[in-house]
Design a binder for this molecule. Structure first.
Ligand code: FES
Length: 355
């Protein structure tokens, strides 16, 4: 991990001493848009197509940017039509001053559409602190990486790191990557080059919507993977994919999964329940089957949140009572006094939460 030094420059000290941060940043950025008293900023210096509806932005970072470990996520803040949005992306470190931000357009996704279609060379983005547990360890006897769609981005980051440190020379790694069509495959040439360069790296790609379609992830794909109980398995993809990974790789020594879109596990569950918000003293009626966070936002309640993927814990609150169901893997929870991530859970009964 590369951590940039955080000493204050004389210009920063002077600016801090005479004006407030906001004003100081305003004037500093007139001189150089990457300068700031405190903000982690990055400038888009290259934009290229990574796959169909997916772009890769090369970002030059400033001194406040905290480089996460490979596989972690960063909050990215952008202003779209005057509204500030926060989204979470997995970045790949290219060198000490540059990271790669790869973004796939998602349906109705304001931020992903803006990043794919509107960003231009020279645009400035703001970043938050990195987080996430999908990190490399030194002693993994075997690493199994499973990705679907844009879930490939943390895997790229991990593999770039293993390549950079030449750990791939000795570290057995399997990458299995599911996409719909050939045009959706991102970074395929790089993965094929790694497979040629390192005998310990195995790469398989599956196309589920081509004429001679491959199968979605199932038990057959475990054939050839030995000692899963000794392996570290990381998976990233839509929630249905992640739920399958949970079911198939439950015996893995370490299993970490991240879902970037939520399925509805509760299609048979219709209707509304009441949610009592103890701190804001409100009782609202919300639908079953969608995330509690989205339901509250639709009623103009704006709970704190970050990733909307169940990773950052920013939306977590205490559930006093009631039943919930995970939108990632369908598990239900009825225990009182429970830690609840409202971005990835739906209400099953009336709920009382400390919000
Ligand atoms: S918003 Fe990140 S865990 Fe819910």
């Amino acid at each position: 991990m590369h951590i940039l030094e955080r000493t204050k420059s004389p210009l920063t000290e002077f600016a801090e001493s005479v004006v407030d941060r906001h004003t100081a940043n305003f004037w500093l950025q007139k001189i150089n848009p990457l300068w700031s008293i405190h903000q982690a900023l990055g400038k888009v210096v290259k934009k290229e197509e990574a796959a169909h509806d997916m772009v890769s932005l090369t970002i030059q970072i400033n001194r406040h940017f905290q480089m996460g470990q490979a596989g972690q996520h960063h909050p990215v803040y952008v202003d779209v039509q005057g509204i500030r949005y926060e989204r979470t992306y997995s970045l790949t470190q290219l060198d000490a001053q540059h990271v790669l931000l790869s973004v796939k357009k998602v349906d109705q996704g304001k931020v992903s559409h803006w990043l794919c279609e509107q960003t231009q060379i020279g645009d400035i983005l703001e970043f938050g602190q990195p987080y996430g547990d999908m990190k490399l360890t030194v002693n993994d006897p075997e690493l199994i990486l499973l990705a679907a769609g844009s879930g490939i981005t943390p895997m790229l980051s991990l593999l770039k790191r293993l390549d950079h440190t030449t750990q791939l020379k000795t570290q057995p790694v399997h990458l299995m990557y599911w996409v719909k069509q050939h045009a959706d495959a991102a970074f395929k040439t790089y993965f094929e080059q790694l497979a040629t360069q390192y005998p310990s790296f195995q790469f398989s790609i599956f196309y589920t919507q081509e004429p001679d379609a491959d199968q979605r992830l199932n038990a057959d794909h475990l054939t050839g993977l030995t000692q899963i109980d000794q392996a570290t398995v990381y998976a990233c993809g839509p929630s249905g994919f992640v739920a399958t990974v949970d079911a198939l790789f439950g015996e893995a020594k370490i299993l970490k999964t991240e879902a970037f879109s939520m399925s509805q596990f509760t299609n048979d569950e219709v209707g509304f329940v009441n949610i009592t918000l103890t701190k804001s003293k409100k009782i609202l009626s919300i639908p079953k089957g969608q995330s509690i966070l989205a339901s509250l936002e639709q009623q103009n309640v704006k709970p704190q949140h970050g990733c909307r993927m169940g990773i950052c814990n920013k939306c977590a609150c205490n559930k006093v009572e009631g039943s919930t169901q995970s939108l990632v893997n369908g598990t239900r929870n009825s225990e009182p006094g429970n830690f609840l991530k409202i971005c990835v859970n739906t209400a099953q009964t009336d709920l009382i939460v400390d919000l």
